[in-house]
Design a binder for this molecule. Structure first.
Ligand code: HEM
Length: 158
């Protein structure tokens, strides 16, 4: 590219000016600053591993396993994967397929008591550990998962 080609023509209308949301770059041709958390932690493979290790724990859990209506945990694993990817700034496939998350509502039919929550979190803890993320990313992810799990409790019945 010659220098001339990089200079925008003076007649460019204001509407053709890039919007302020165009990502800032580390240098003229550097990578975008402020990448999503999803990208920062490694994108799809990271989230695939997270939900996979998590569902390995669920599969062996005598309280949680019977709560899952389907014989095959694969579809549930896929739904959690898509939700978490979307939440953290990855593809919006979850809502394309399932609509608005409304997670509390979607859990209303399941008995999510403190025991179920703690089991859910224990399997998530194992899964988060398996990712070996840098401390700040790990803390960010774990903090969210804990808050989300506490918010999902819908009964205190044993
Ligand atoms: C606190 C304990 C929790 C229990 C016992 C629990 C249990 C369940 C069960 C039994 C299902 C139905 C399986 C399916 O068809 O997908 C489900 C669905 C789901 N759960 Fe949880 N869950 C818990 C917490 C959470 C949390 C904290 C999140 C999000 C961070 C979450 C995200 C999801 C999603 C995205 C679905 C699929 C919703 C859909 O599109 O139908 N769950 N959960």
């Amino acid at each position: 590219m010659t220098d001339d080609e990089r200079v925008p023509p003076t007649s460019v209308p204001v509407s053709a000016v890039p919007p302020a949301s165009v990502p800032l770059r580390g240098s003229e041709h550097g990578s975008a600053l402020g990448a999503s958390f999803y990208e920062t932690v490694g994108g799809r493979p990271t989230f695939e591993k997270l939900v996979h290790v998590f569902y390995e724990g669920v599969a062996d859990d005598p309280v949680l396993r019977p709560m899952y209506p389907e014989e095959d945990l694969g579809p549930a694993e896929e739904r959690l994967l898509l939700f978490l990817e979307q939440y953290w700034g990855g593809p919006g496939t979850y809502s394309e397929q399932r609509g608005h998350p409304r997670l509390r509502m979607r859990h209303a039919g399941f008995k999510v008591n403190p025991d179920a929550r703690d089991r859910w979190l224990a399997h998530m803890r194992t899964a988060v550990d398996a990712l070996d993320l840098p401390p700040l990313a790990e803390e960010t992810l774990w903090d969210y998962l804990q808050r989300a799990a506490f918010a999902m409790v819908n009964t205190f019945e044993e």
